[in-house]
Design a protein around this ligand. Structure first.
Ligand SMILES: [Mg+2]
Length: 378
């Protein structure tokens, strides 16, 4: 079998911002195609160009040689790595696993190791739309739990790096209201998105100690793993990180610190199915669990579920539950979540595909400037 073409297409993402989800479709001379996802928010154009640059190296190649292709794309040039290159490699890697699964007639999770789990527990993100006051968060959290979810995440501390007293109090009141509403047996994660400095993060952790958090996510930025490890050792709340790290080499530096119990690699950004399995195996040697980050589209979600099924140390899968209706429209074989759990759709490869005709309803959007760029506030 040989690769004959690589094509890129996009759809508007229901994220509330001007971002798209981007997919890559790789064709072969045997009529089998594979689908990968390459969403990169505001760097879509750069990512599309990178994918088309890689296209010339892929035409004529045997799509079964996945590790070899991964390494050749990563090592081919002297200056490699970074968001654009690794996201492009991730998308290609995903499409190649889909091709191989279809060609051999088995689901990807079967191909890469078989079932380590019967089904995957979902942690709900995006359940809080429109919530502002602690009472409305409490109401929506109770509704998510009534829908069957046993783990939920929220972002109650928006704003700048230095967290003022009033902001700390407001965020803490939201967490208290949510804990009171859902009871002691639901896992609650708080995501800071790297938007605090060490001083603020220490204060937040101190405030949140009584609420028995599953984890505090990216309390500080990802760039300095020594700093995040130092913080993780100091505070009495479990710290998780990893959604902005790439490849086994960046995760090595984090894992060697022995400071976090959960890592959150992203299958569309950290290197695809191949790389996440390697990262997960490394994590296993440090007794660390993998909770894949997933703020992307339907193929990201499906591919993450295949990974989760196949590795022993997966714990939860992130899903924006408010996007499930759009995932349902975009996928030929939709995801079914029951009792807060999910399996990949049945069938070879991913068990599903992108319904390109259905995407007509979601034409790609252009970037619209917004007044506040949160990452620029310090
Ligand atoms: Mg996050």
């Amino acid at each position: 079998m040989r690769i004959t073409d690589l094509r890129v297409f996009r759809m508007a993402a229901p994220t509330g911002g001007s971002t798209n989800w981007m997919f890559v479709r790789i064709e072969t001379d045997e009529g089998i195609h594979g689908i990968g996802e390459a969403s990169l928010q505001y760097k879509d154009d750069a990512l599309e160009a990178e994918l088309l640059d890689f296209r010339k190296f892929l035409i004529g190649k045997d799509p079964f040689r996945i590790d070899h292709i991964w390494t050749s794309l990563y090592r081919r040039v002297t200056w490699t790595g970074g968001a654009v290159t690794i996201s492009a490699i991730s998308a290609i890697d995903l499409a190649l696993w889909d091709i191989k699964g279809k060609a051999l007639g088995v689901p990807v999770y079967e191909l890469v190791g078989g079932e380590s789990h019967d089904r995957i527990r979902i942690y709900a993100n995006g359940w809080f739309g429109g919530a502002d006051a602690p009472e409305s968060y409490a109401e929506k959290a109770a509704a998510a739990v009534a829908d069957g979810y046993t783990a939920i995440k929220l972002y109650p501390f928006s704003g700048t790096q230095g967290a003022r007293q009033d902001r700390l109090s407001r965020g803490t009141a939201v967490v208290k209201a949510v804990r009171d509403a859902v009871g002691p047996d639901i896992e609650i994660a708080i995501d800071i998105r790297g938007r605090m400095n060490m001083w603020s993060a220490r204060r937040v952790a101190q405030r949140l100690e009584p609420y028995d958090l599953a984890w505090l996510e990216e309390p500080v930025m990802f760039d300095n793993v020594d700093a995040i490890a130092q913080l993780a050792r100091e505070v009495n709340v479990p710290v998780a990180t990893g959604e902005q790290l790439y490849t086994r080499w960046e995760f090595r530096a984090l894992l060697e610190q022995n400071a976090v119990g959960i890592i959150q690699p992203d299958i569309c950004h950290a290197g695809g199915m191949s790389e996440l399995r390697k990262i997960a195996a490394m994590a296993e040697t440090y007794y660390v669990m993998v909770v894949p980050h997933n703020s992307n589209g339907p193929i990201s979600t499906v591919a993450s579920l295949h990974l989760d099924m196949s590795i022993p140390n997966s714990y939860l899968q992130e899903v924006f539950v408010n996007w499930l209706p759009v995932y349902g429209e975009a996928l030929t074989n939709p995801l079914v979540i029951e009792d807060g759990h999910c399996r990949p759709p049945d069938g070879p490869g991913w068990g599903t595909d992108i319904d390109e005709a259905a995407l007509a309803k979601y034409p790609p959007v252009a970037y619209t400037p917004v007044e506040s760029e949160p990452y620029l506030q310090f």
